[in-house]
Design a protein around this ligand. Structure first.
Ligand code: COA
Length: 192
């Protein structure tokens, strides 16, 4: 099985694979951020300990099946979020990314760094060709992540997400291997 090393994100912060023993802490972090998360991620509405156990088992099986991975974002030893691949479409060499952070750690660049690392892995080790992120139109903080990393906004997905009983439109962002990594800001502006 492929060895996936923890990805350093900032001093004291890493993205690492989940462990079965994370179930209690994961449940607590989601419960403490229920309102913040459930506005955009319906799973968080009623997520409890048994859901964490089932999720972590699915994530273990995902890695075993060579179908991608999701990991915990850990800051100073505490789980403060998650990020990873929902699945890998090996026939088309494409995947999609999802993520969330606890409300008290937003605004530090942790998730942009995590997604950057996920793209390096997808286009590097796995030699994928395309990675997408789907974000509800009104989710400005989340849309800023693919925008910041140079994803292209490809489409409006009408009523793609069912959130608290209403269908909300989403934006499809995509990054291709041929566009990754984007030129650094210095190269892009052509200045020395
Ligand atoms: C979506 C979500 C993960 C975004 O979190 P975030 O903290 O804004 O994203 P990042 O960790 O990349 O941080 C970016 C912020 O840090 C700042 N920042 C600081 N250092 C940075 C660095 N080195 N690199 C990038 N950004 C940096 C950016 O300026 C930005 O701040 P701003 O929004 O005030 O301009 C978070 O809001 C969340 O979990 N929301 C609820 C769940 C959700 O919506 N999930 C996504 C569903 S599609």
């Amino acid at each position: 099985m492929e060895k996936i090393e923890p990805l350093p994100l900032a001093p004291g912060a890493v993205l690492r694979l989940f462990k079965a023993s994370d179930a209690g802490e994961l449940t607590e972090t989601i419960a403490a951020n229920r309102e913040h998360l459930a506005r955009w991620l319906p799973f968080a509405e009623s997520h409890g300990f048994e859901d964490s156990v089932a999720y972590l088992e699915r994530k273990r099986a995902q890695i075993e099946a060579n179908d991608g991975f999701e990991g915990a974002i850990v800051l100073d030893g505490q789980i403060v979020g998650a990020a990873g691949f929902h699945a890998v479409d090996w026939l088309n060499r494409s995947s999609s990314i999802g993520y969330w952070l606890a409300a008290d750690v937003v605004g530090r660049g942790l998730m942009s760094g995590a997604v950057r690392g996920l793209l390096d892995h997808a286009f590097g080790a796995w030699e994928l060709n395309r990675v997408i992120i789907e974000v509800v139109v009104d989710n400005a903080r989340s849309r800023a992540i693919p925008a910041r990393l140079g994803f292209r906004e490809e489409a409006l997905l009408r009523e793609a997400k069912l959130i608290r009983g209403s269908y909300e439109d989403a934006v499809l962002y995509a990054m291709l291997a041929s566009d990754w990594p984007p030129p650094s800001p210095r190269e892009a502006t052509g200045s020395a």
